[in-house]
Ligand binder design. Sequence first.
Ligand code: GDP
Ligand code: MG
Length: 173
Amino acid sequence: MAARPREIKLVIIGDSGVGKSSLVLRFVTQSFKPFSESTIGASFMSKVIELDGQTVKVQIWDTAGQEKYKSLAPMYYRGAAAAIVVYDITRRESFGTLQRWVSELQEKGPRDLRIMVAGNKKDLEGDRQVAAEEAEAYAESIGARYMETSAKDDMAVQDLFLSLCQQVPLVSP
Ligand code: GDP
Ligand code: MG
């Protein structure tokens, strides 16, 4: 019988400053640091979750500032089953960058990669520069789902990671 994979490699990608590390920190430790220092070197965190009664270890690869150079080492997404691509709803530029990251993933990433588009900083609704409908339409065009999150106020962060992991195909044991 097909089962959940025991481990899922999940990568999180997006412009510098959109809140990638904050989302990972919120998901893994249920906390938020207002002045998160940008990570140096590769950064890994993992969390054990339950999916339909089965235990799955999610290994999260967070970029270490190399997103500033607009290109990622292929080893970063090699073997990944899932990717969260993030932009900041208060910074339109980061939505454009997100689309470039998705193209790179589609060209060079694993064929079976499940992608989730995330609009972060939903708590700053008054400064919004990208309408939810626009991001939703884009996500649909690439066969992905769209969710809005706030790492700061803990809005939809668990749901973001869990529903993406749900989409990873089952394997035969
Ligand atoms: P990264 O470069 O993508 O890893 O972004 P960081 O996680 O380092 O966050 C960049 C800045 O945005 C930090 O000052 C965070 O405190 C802030 N930030 C992250 N997520 C949110 C959020 O949901 N709401 C608000 N208001 N600020 C956030
Ligand atoms: Mg970071």
